[in-house]
Design a binder for this molecule. Structure first.
Ligand code: ZN
Ligand code: ZN
Length: 254
């Protein structure tokens, strides 16, 4: 399990790093997005924390599979048991549940009494990179993995749904930690940017700790007043902004 989980992280985070800093580097610069490669120390620190997260998630996965073998989980393999519609319904339902769990846990971990032990490791990268996507203090990783263990005991989930959820979790997290906005904030993407967490939304959290606690969706941030009111005015790509840092600072200063 550790090999699979670490391999998944290294492939997707490493792949995103290669795309940004070699294959698409010139294209991104043309779009007005100049990003310096992260310092090796910050990559090293993120990978080290991700290895701890790997071990915790692998233990949780092994525990869940062991309990499945004993017949204690609600995991199932026959699609006809709940029908095809339930695959999509359970997938979206778990994303909404996980987003809610994460939002409140994340806000709690920002409490001054807890931050140092539960969440400081993730915020050591002030400018997030794909490597930061799985870099959590062990205490935080335990609470994140607990959610996944809890759902297999309480919600009937097909194995394909679980795999789809884990892939979505991984890819969305790497996407949120790209460190620069990928889409222009106009048209369809503007609508997506209102309701879904993306790289700009989450990068602002790494700069401004009191805003943007959501994982996938922005409705909790909107509802509970933790969305930065200046989040939307930044139109991207904007060639007048020379670097990601400028983009972030312009958004913060507005
Ligand atoms: Zn945070
Ligand atoms: Zn982050």
């Amino acid at each position: 399990m550790s090999g699979i989980i670490l391999g998944r992280y290294l492939t997707i985070a490493g792949g995103a790093h290669l795309l940004i800093h070699s294959l698409f580097k010139k294209f991104l610069i043309k779009q007005g997005i100049g990003i310096d490669p992260p310092a090796w120390e910050s990559i090293h620190r993120d990978i080290k924390l991700s290895i701890y997260s790997t071990l915790i998630f692998a233990f949780s996965a092994a525990f869940s599979i062991f309990q499945f073998d004993r017949g204690y989980t609600l995991l199932y393999s026959d699609i006809d048991r709940y029908g095809w519609w339930y695959l999509g319904f359970s997938f979206v339902g778990v994303l909404v549940l996980q987003d809610t769990y994460f939002y409140f846990m994340h806000r709690l971990f920002h409490h001054p009494l807890l931050f140092r032990w539960f969440h400081l490791g993730h915020h050591l990268s002030r400018q997030p990179t794909p490597w930061t996507s799985f870099a959590f203090d062990p205490a935080e990783a335990i609470f994140q993995a607990l959610f996944l263990v809890a759902i297999v005991f309480t919600i009937p989930l097909h194995f394909a749904t679980v795999i789809a959820l884990i892939m979505t979790m991984t890819i969305w997290s790497v996407f949120n930690h790209l460190g620069f906005p990928l889409f222009p904030s106009s048209g369809y993407f503007r609508w997506c940017g209102r309701w879904a967490v993306g790289p700009l939304h989450h990068s602002l959290h790494h700069h401004k700790y009191t805003k943007h606690y959501g994982l996938y969706f922005t409705f909790w941030d909107k509802l509970l007043g933790t969305e930065d009111p200046n989040y939307y005015p930044v139109d991207l790509p904007d060639k007048s902004l020379q670097s990601t840092k400028d983009v972030m600072l312009s958004s913060i200063d507005n």
